[in-house]
Design a protein around this ligand. Structure first.
Ligand code: GLC
Ligand code: GLC
Length: 641
């Protein structure tokens, strides 16, 4: 037995009993390197890493001892089947508990609705107690040990997790790692000068250091929260990447890592299956850089992953790393070698490429950018999404743009104009978010349906445009459902809900137009989902159809790989999915206002024997004279045998 395990063996047997201790120690042996290596990288030279590791392992043992029996059974199943989150039956849904159903018990009352959609993974937006008043959509947490009382209690969270598990639905919640609310106990104690707390944050006596950092730091919210530091009277200049009430934690202090590990383990023991690590790229600061994606930030997440695995092996971690294409796959552990990091990460690049292709009716940039990227490590999975609660930032690299014959800056500007009603003839109805006058950078808010043209078509009373818009929405989701990651339905998209016309009525939201695409669930609209003539009925049937088709397709489970196949038609995106356990799969998606066709030879190129149609926009596939015909804004899925 290796060092860490030997040291804790007797204690483990005492706390866990012979059988559980045996499993714990076996995991510890397997994870020792994954625990020690990242700790050495971050804290070597700063602190006694052997002692730190022993303390953290002790904390994990504590949590393992407190883990409820039902969750231990789940752990065991997931240790037998570590690919549990990679299955093609995984279909995600993300919503705010209050906006969806009033409260956590309210969510429990709508599980039939989610089951009707085929959902097996539910991400509830931040639900821990936020600071009062403005709270960045509750990403400013005052107490990680309590549920927001407006939503319910910890007992409600446990009950909900248990009801979800009974239905085979995994629960994902946010853990805001990078910062706490200024009202959090640690911040209050830091402000009061209590020893040991100031060093949990990044606080400077004057502007000298902050100015040096600012020289290379971008601004996340240039309008609402310019700069990255906030002067707090009697305290100093506090690092606040996001809003002035969100204080960045100092991960150079191992006490911060230890405290956050405890938060994560406690949530896991409530029955949470997936933790979304908010703002993961920002965890480590280095002068002269943009203070994102630093190697230490990755090591911190790797250490947290290994330590949570030790105590709660059924828990998965999901990175929220909305970063450039070159920085993304590392959050899944793809470094110089595979270093287990997050199990899941948002596929921000796919999302951006979809909106780019939709605006330009041209898939060449997507083909190039998606075709050249490094695959996700086999044990991990992307989360494939079309829209989320945040703005869309145009993560298009200049090199990718150039390879597709575009100028990066001009293309990003075009996308902003196209989606914010400035581009003549655009079907999209979004707004600019976070315009930075100094850099020209701008991002986009707006619901998926509004960006796809549903709102403009309804306003114009144009049925053909409405059909085109709904098909765009379905096609984007068809890619998310078939690209190999866990597809994530953003609440309301299954009903083609538009922008919230009253988004700025709440004074705490008025400065932040991301609220326009966070509409409260419209249950009256949802009630029309069975009516095939209604917008809601059309959208819902499309989404549920994608879910049904995906569940049966082994090729769509994560762990295989996605290969882009050029079609010779600049408006048709084609890719095949290959998984060692399945016959090949081919998806064709038409990004055009007019019908398009591709050479049927692509079926051979995709390695398909006896290809069969499995799903498509109109429920059929036309082959004429050796060409596959696609209707405007449509998709077709084929599978070999
Ligand atoms: C994440 C969230 C975003 C929030 C930020 C700060 O990026 O998705 O909504 O503003 O973190 O917590
Ligand atoms: C996150 C993302 C950024 C986004 C911001 C606010 O920090 O990295 O792209 O704009 O949250 O929504």
């Amino acid at each position: 037995m290796a060092g860490l395990a030997v040291a804790i063996e007797a204690e483990a047997r005492r706390r866990l009993g012979a059988d559980e201790a045996d499993a714990f120690l076996a995991r510890l042996e397997q994870l020792t390197f994954d625990i020690l290596e990242p700790l050495e990288h971050v804290y070597g030279g700063r602190t006694d890493c052997g002692q730190l590791a022993a303390d953290l392992v002790g904390d994990a043992l504590e949590a393992a001892a407190a883990r409820p029996p039902a969750l231990r059974r789940l752990d065991r199943r997931r240790e037998i089947d570590p690919a549990w989150f990679q299955r093609s039956r995984m279909i995600g849904y993300v919503c705010y508990a209050d906006r969806f159903a009033g409260s956590l018990p309210g969510v429990g009352g709508h599980l039939d609705y989610l089951a009707e959609l085929g959902v097996s993974y539910l991400h509830l937006m931040p639900l821990l107690r936020p600071r009062p008043g403005e709270s960045d959509g509750d990403y400013a947490v005052e107490d990680y040990g309590a549920v927001d009382p407006r939503l319910g209690t910890m007992a409600d969270l446990e009950d909900l997790a248990a009801s979800l598990h009974e239905r085979g639905i995994a629960l994902c919640i946010d853990v805001v790692l990078n910062h706490t609310a200024a009202e959090h106990e640690w911040a209050r104690k830091a402000a009061a000068g209590e020893p040991g707390y100031r060093d949990m944050y990044l606080i400077f006596g004057d502007r000298a250091e902050p100015d040096r950092y600012e020289a290379s730091l971008p601004e996340v919210f240039p309008g609402a929260a310019p700069g990255n530091f906030t002067q707090v009277p009697g305290v100093g200049w506090v690092w606040t990447t996001f809003h002035d009430y969100q204080w960045d934690l100092n991960y150079a202090n191992p006490a911060v890592l230890r405290a956050m590990l405890a938060v994560m383990l406690a949530l896991a023991n409530r029955g949470v299956d997936v933790l979304r690590l908010d703002a993961a790229p920002f965890l480590w600061k280095r002068q002269g850089t943009d203070c994102q994606n630093q190697p230490e930030a990755h090591s911190i997440v790797q250490a947290l992953r290994a330590l949570t695995r030790l105590a709660a092996p059924g828990l998965a971690l999901k990175a929220e790393a909305i970063v450039g294409p070159e920085q993304l796959v590392q959050y899944l552990g793809a470094h110089d070698r595979y270093r287990p990091e997050c199990d899941l990460a948002y596929d921000n690049q796919l999302m951006v490429m979809l909106w780019s292709a939709l605006a330009t009716r041209d898939v060449r940039l997507a083909e190039h950018a998606l075709g050249r990227r490094r695959p996700a490590p086999a044990p991990a999975a992307w989360v494939s999404y079309v829209r989320c609660h945040d703005d869309i930032g145009w993560a298009v690299s200049d090199a990718d743009a150039a390879a597709a014959g575009l100028d990066g800056a001009a293309h990003r500007r075009f996308l902003t104009e196209f989606y914010s009603r400035r581009f003549p003839g655009s079907f999209a109805r979004g707004e600019v978010f976070g315009h930075n006058r100094a850099t020209g950078d701008a991002r986009i808010s707006g619901s998926a349906a509004a960006l796809c043209g549903v709102e403009s078509a309804l306003a114009a009373g144009d049925q053909d445009q409405l059909t085109a818009a709904l098909r765009r929405l379905e096609s984007l989701y068809a890619v998310a459902f078939s690209f190999g990651g866990i597809p994530l339905i953003y609440s309301g998209d299954e009903l083609a809900l538009g922008n919230d016309p009253r988004w700025d009525a709440d004074p705490g939201h008025a400065h932040d137009n991301r609220w326009m695409h966070r509409p409260p669930m419209n249950w009256a609209a949802a009630a029309r989902r069975a009516d095939p003539g209604s917008v809601e009925g059309r959208a819902f049937a499309a989404m549920a159809g994608l879910a049904r088709a995906r569940r049966e397709l082994l090729a769509l489970r994560s762990g295989g790989h996605t290969q882009i196949l050029p079609t010779g038609n600049r408006s048709v995106l084609a890719y095949r999915r290959v998984h060692p356990r399945s016959a090949p799969f081919l998806a064709l998606t038409c990004f055009s206002d007019t019908g398009q066709s591709v050479d049927a030879g692509i079926l051979d190129r995709a390695g398909m024997h006896e290809p069969r149609h499995v799903h498509s926009t109109a429920g059929q596939l036309t082959l004429t004279a050796g060409r596959i015909e696609l209707e405007p804004w449509s998709f077709a899925w084929l599978a070999g045998r």
